[in-house]
Design a protein around this ligand. Structure first.
Ligand SMILES: Nc1ncnc2c1ncn2[C@@H]1O[C@H](COP(=O)(O)OP(=O)(O)OP(=O)(O)O)[C@@H](O)[C@H]1O
Length: 250
């Protein structure tokens, strides 16, 4: 599936304006200002309990900031309805080996937003699923039960699930926890390749400072409390001034 897109690297994909969050009387995030522009790759690094997952959960609308404002694709989050533009890979889910879904079914479930929960799977949906399986190079395990696969294979399946709607923004929460070092490295290679060759913006929480420093630079561009933000800007991977980009998911 090929399409020609114009990249506008100056569009804010996420804006956090003076955002704070408290659980009861414990303030976890305080007065955070940060923005992510189109095709940036932002890595969030911080110690245990720094508030990284809380921040992601606010950005995907699962928690409301106690103070401040979040805007997604220019819109205040409370008005934002275009959730298909966002792919979210939560912290690793350990699937029970008997979990009764195949990889194909898990990937297809990425299409079912609340509105479309019980719609039939069309031929177009199957094609989207095949494309996502191909990108993740997991076509050969499409019919296996997800619970019987390795951690790395499960993670690729969850990434394929997040990609099936062709999201503009991909959010990853510690995508390689519990995966061996070699598989982690190939997973990061895959993600960085996607950043360079696909029309997507990335936000990733990672505990892997080496990987983050290798790809996103040695110094954080921003710090808030114990959370550090590392960024590879879009202009480092392409000419942003209205670049014509041949883009394909596969
Ligand atoms: N549902 C909750 N209710 C009360 N406190 C919470 C809740 N979730 C998280 N916290 C607390 O908020 C703080 C931040 O938690 P959060 O999970 O956002 O941190 P994190 O940076 O993602 O940590 P980790 O690296 O360990 O995953 C922690 O002190 C945690 O105990």
């Amino acid at each position: 599936m090929h399409q020609t897109l114009i990249t506008n690297c100056h569009q804010n994909i996420i804006e956090l304006n003076n955002v704070s969050f408290s659980y009861m009387d414990q303030k976890v995030i305080s007065g955070l200002n940060f923005s992510l522009k189109q095709r940036d790759f932002v890595g969030i690094v911080g110690s245990n309990g720094a508030g990284k997952t809380t921040l992601l959960r606010m950005i995907v609308g699962l928690l409301n900031p106690t103070e401040g404002e979040i805007r997604l694709f220019g819109e205040p989050i409370r008005k934002f309805r275009d959730w298909e533009r966002i792919g979210y890979v939560p912290q690793k889910t350990a699937f029970n080996p008997l979990f009764p879904a195949t990889v194909r079914e898990v990937v297809l479930s990425g299409l079912y937003t609340n509105k479309k929960l019980f719609r039939r799977v069309s031929r177009a949906d199957q094609q989207k699923c095949d494309d996502a399986l191909e990108v993740m190079k997991i076509e050969d395990i499409a019919n296996k039960r997800i619970g019987q696969l390795s951690g790395g294979q499960q993670q690729r399946a969850l990434l394929a699930r997040a990609l099936i709607n062709h999201p503009d923004l991909l959010i990853l929460d510690e995508p390689t926890v519990g995966i061996d070092a070699e598989t982690q490295e190939s997973f990061f290679e895959l993600i960085t390749h996607m950043h360079e060759h696909h029309e997507m913006t990335f936000l990733m929480v990672s505990h892997d400072l080496d990987m983050v420093e290798n790809y996103l630079g040695k110094e954080p561009v921003h710090q808030s409390g114990k959370i550090n933000f590392f960024v590879r800007h879009s202009h480092e991977i392409l000419d942003c001034e209205e670049t014509n980009l041949q883009h394909s998911l596969v």
